[in-house]
Ligand binder design. Structure first.
Ligand code: HBI
Length: 354
């Protein structure tokens, strides 16, 4: 049975800009896998979205503000000529051509509009609980459209009072894109959007204390935040390598001894952790969110007391205890695109059977 799938992207940035963070990779991976299985896919995304091989419908309009920059009690803001509103008006117009609409945005509007559509909508919620208004609307859809709320991990689901109504999809990637590296150099790595919720300053502090050089990869989303780190740690052994496409990122990341992950918030299921494992790179991370489900303590990484730079330093000293082969093995058994494709396809089938 083949489906016609309409994928609705994040409204906070065009696909490829890096503003959408991990959800950009998630959308392209799932789209690639659904196409490989013979389904039809169209991705609706903000103007300027690019993809080498995926069918994209670009929509103009003002970007939505990132939810993680909002306070818990803040209302929803919809700008004039909102790209989010324009994307969903397009979906309303073409819905008859599709069997299922899949929403990848962490936004109020798609959830509120669900009962207004005459096609089923699957919502892949990409972050944990952040604001009351989002919690409320997600719960409403979880109650009125059972089984349509997908999340990545258990710890992410547990941030919602309706965790039992969330379907865990984990995540997955195209392992053929990532080369396993058994003989790395001596550098550490940090990968991600450079923004306060990612806690980069702690990793820089740990690099300074240990004296081990650290390569930094990712979009500088918050420039003042980045400049503040550079001013506070002028002699830290860090090198900014830029925001690289996956192929180049995995080439450089694979050469590193470990990936430091320093989230200030509950990261649902960081794609960068899966990418590192696929290259054989072990993980040192704060014991928070999805990382607690990804890391096999003492084997594929270490979980450190949250926000403890000293904890990072201690873990870095024990790096030789970790097993790079086990990292790649974990990626192959748990995070292959085939495994993720099965989980996603079964989710879609269940929703369309209702
Ligand atoms: N904020 N409003 C909003 N909408 C999104 O889709 C969104 C976001 N913040 C972050 C984000 N998506 C992604 O970076 C994460 O889901 C991975």
């Amino acid at each position: 049975m083949y489906y016609k799938l309409l994928f609705m992207s994040t409204p906070i940035g065009s696909l490829g800009s890096g503003l959408g963070g991990g959800v950009e990779l998630t959308i392209s991976n799932i789209a690639k896998e659904m196409l490989r299985r013979g389904h039809e896919v169209k991705i609706v995304a903000p103007q300027g979205s690019v993809s080498s091989s995926l069918p994209i419908k670009e929509i103009p309009g003002e970007l939505q503000i990132p939810a993680q920059n909002q306070t818990r009690t803040e209302p929803i803001f919809i700008p004039k000529n909102s790209v989010l509103a324009n994307m969903w008006d397009y979906a309303r117009q073409v819905q008859a051509d599709y069997d299922l609409i899949v929403n990848f945005a962490y936004d109020w509007l798609p959830l509120y509009l669900t009962p207004f559509f005459n096609r089923p909508i699957a919502h892949l919620i990409s972050m944990g609980s952040l604001t009351d208004v989002m919690d409320h609307i997600i719960e409403q859809v979880a109650n009125n459209f059972p089984g349509t709320i997908g999340v990545h991990g258990q710890t992410q689901a547990a941030t919602f009072t309706f965790a039992d109504k969330c379907r865990c999809l984990v995540n997955g990637m195209d392992l053929s894109v990532y080369q396993f590296c058994s003989q790395p150099g001596s550098d550490l790595a940090w990968v991600g959007r450079i923004a306060p919720e990612k806690g980069l300053e702690d990793a820089v502090a740990a690099a300074k204390i240990t004296g081990i050089p650290m390569k930094i990869f990712g979009l500088i989303q918050d420039v003042p935040y980045w400049e503040k780190i550079c001013q506070e740690y002028p002699d830290a052994p860090i090198e900014y390598r830029g925001f690289l496409p996956t192929h180049e990122l995995q080439q450089e990341l694979g050469q590193c001894r470990a990936l430091l992950i320093t989230p200030r918030w509950i990261e649902a299921y960081p794609n960068v952790a899966l990418e590192a494992l696929a290259c054989g790179v072990p993980l040192i991370s704060y014991c928070r969110g999805g990382l607690t489900e990804i890391i096999q303590e003492g084997k594929t990484g270490f979980l450190v007391e949250p926000d403890s730079v000293q904890g990072l330093v201690e873990a870095i000293k024990r790096l030789d205890e970790l097993d790079r082969q086990a990292c790649r093995q974990k990626a192959e058994t748990e995070y292959s695109l085939e495994a993720m494709g099965d989980r996603v396809e079964q989710w879609f089938q269940k929703i369309m059977r209702n």
